[in-house]
Design a binder for this molecule. Sequence first.
Ligand code: SF4
Ligand code: SF4
Length: 63
Amino acid sequence: MALKIIASACTGCSACEAQCPNVAISEKGDVLAIDPKKCTMCDGFDSPQCVAVCPVEDCIVPA
Ligand code: SF4
Ligand code: SF4
């Protein structure tokens, strides 16, 4: 399981990028994208760290 960023919702603010413990988030054009091979859905954390900082509701969702 992994999360994905809805490109049409993402503002490209980059807040999520630095929060990912697995360095799964990177720039893809004007927005950011999650590498599903690296995303562990923050196993070991209380909640997905990218979702916690994203200012846009429902921008990061299950892939
Ligand atoms: S859920 Fe966790 S591991 Fe997956 S992209 Fe977000 S911060 Fe990274
Ligand atoms: S925090 Fe949300 S809006 Fe900002 S770059 Fe990440 S996915 Fe896009």
